[in-house]
Write a protein that binds this ligand. Sequence first.
Ligand SMILES: NC(=O)c1ccc[n+]([C@@H]2O[C@H](COP(=O)([O-])OP(=O)(O)OC[C@H]3O[C@@H](n4cnc5c(N)ncnc54)[C@H](O)[C@@H]3O)[C@@H](O)[C@H]2O)c1
Length: 357
Amino acid sequence: MARKEKVGTRSYQLMKKSALVTGGCGFVGSNMAARLVRDGWRVTVFDSLVRHGAAENLKWLQSQGGIQFIHGDVRNAHDVARVIASAKPSAIFHLAGQVAMTTSMENPRRDFETNVVGSINVLESVRQLKINPVIVYSSSNKVYGDLPELRLKEEKLRYSATSHPRGVDESAPLDFQTPYGCSKGAADQYMLDYARGYGLNTVVFRHSTIFGGRQFATFDQGWVGWFCQQALEVKKNPKRKRFTISGDGKQVRDLLFVDDAVECYLAAVKNVSVARGQAFNIGGGIANSCSLLELFELLEEFVGVKLNYRRLPWRHSDQKFFVADIRKAKRLLQWSPKLNKRRGVKRMLEWAAQMNG
Ligand SMILES: NC(=O)c1ccc[n+]([C@@H]2O[C@H](COP(=O)([O-])OP(=O)(O)OC[C@H]3O[C@@H](n4cnc5c(N)ncnc54)[C@H](O)[C@@H]3O)[C@@H](O)[C@H]2O)c1
């Protein structure tokens, strides 16, 4: 491969085991960084700390040692070029992002600058430095839009897709909707195009729901964590005001525990020769699909509360059903999720309880 040849074998060996995690103080990023340190990588974490909880995650990472933290903004080409030049990473996990559809509607320019310009800054820095790390990008199921081709059946607690019994695979048509869908989708396509046009080692993961420890969930993002928090609040104060849900609660996603997501990122690095230039739908798969109402049943069982909620209108462009068909990832990355949704939700509750004191 042309670009790899430009990097001598010896210097490539020297660069081995150095990772840059953009957004490394976020939920997925902090789990990723901690795992890389445990596995003996030299880890640079780059984050603007804009996210609620990011400063806490940084403290947690620093308490364990082994990371170098650089405060910076992916929107700034100079910041990005400098950190990549000094870290000389053999793998970049590009996880920094504007992460919520709702906030992208409020400030589409910021969403664009963070997700599209931020990603171009990573790609251009790598291209101009003439290094060839593996770059794994966290894209989104939102690149597929509302998926009107799915035939849905409404059941008591959920929608199911009779036309897609194993979920949605990567052949689904791209259909960017909402500023968040557009910005994640544009960055997703740039990543793939830099593999085709410039020989970069990019891999794209289209995620739906990742959950687990170190996720400081909000009403806008991180629904599993958010409702775990609500259930614990109800337990503490059964008379509190009802929480709200958007839509009818039957919308379905597949749940992926964060340790399994991290494993998948490592699998991309290991299998880069077949993964490069490819997009993968990554989630817990059909076995771990779950609607809001089904999650509430689990939470009622685990926490021992009755959950009462108030319905709000559907969110703009909220898919009624998205479950990743993960067979391509199984085949090419030799990866599959290990922790099922019941065990994952229990672990999420343990973490949320610890945070709530
Ligand atoms: N968690 C999920 O369920 C999920 C689903 C689909 C896609 N993703 C994608 O995965 C990635 C990681 O998600 P997450 O859940 O860990 O999100 P997160 O919000 O917890 O982490 C993102 C991190 O990026 C940082 N950041 C934001 N803007 C920045 C900027 N301009 N410069 C530098 N740092 C900046 C934030 O401070 C935060 O620490 C995101 O790109 C997200 O879109 C996540």
